[in-house]
Design a protein around this ligand. Structure first.
Ligand SMILES: [Zn+2]
Length: 153
């Protein structure tokens, strides 16, 4: 067994990367990682027109939870955001046509709550943005209340 120079956990003699912190343990592994990080940085720079810095020693950049899944996360994030916009605006527009009825108001609230900019606004008082599941749950509850009111009244 040898010790990782970065995080000091014990790792296998043959291991190319530290299992704990991912630091490369051989020249070849370091080069491989460098190339990988550079490719990722180029891709991100091409996608967003900026960034690419901050990829030092195998740690992730500012955007993304880890450099290994950056691409996948961005895709899912975009899909999610598009869905939220469609559902949110759709709900608000439909609700506005129902406005004299009391059930329209929970629908409008729910539609607004699910819009991505609102989720970002919640980051200020709370320290971190509300989870998507929370926003989706809030939306579902408000829409259910609105629909129930529309049917019952
Ligand atoms: Zn380590």
């Amino acid at each position: 067994m040898k010790t990782c120079p970065r995080c000091e956990s014990s790792i296998d003699d043959e291991a190319s990367y530290c299992v704990d912190c991912g630091a490369p343990q051989t020249e070849a592994a370091a080069e491989e990682l460098d190339e990988y990080v550079q490719r990722q940085a180029q891709q991100i720079a091409g996608d967003s027109g900026g960034g690419g810095d901050g990829f030092g020693d195998g740690s992730a950049g500012d955007d993304g939870d880890g450099f290994l899944s950056t691409e996948e996360l961005t895709d899912r994030e975009q899909l999610w955001r598009r869905g939220c916009y469609v559902a949110g605006y759709g709900t608000v527009v439909v609700a506005l046509t129902l406005v004299p009825q009391i059930g329209a108001f929970p629908l409008i609230l729910g539609g607004i709550a699910i819009l991505p900019p609102v989720r970002r606004l919640t980051a200020e008082p709370l320290g971190s943005p509300l989870k998507r599941e929370v926003m989706a749950g809030l939306y579902a509850v408000l829409v259910l209340i609105g629909a129930a009111l529309l049917f019952l009244l």
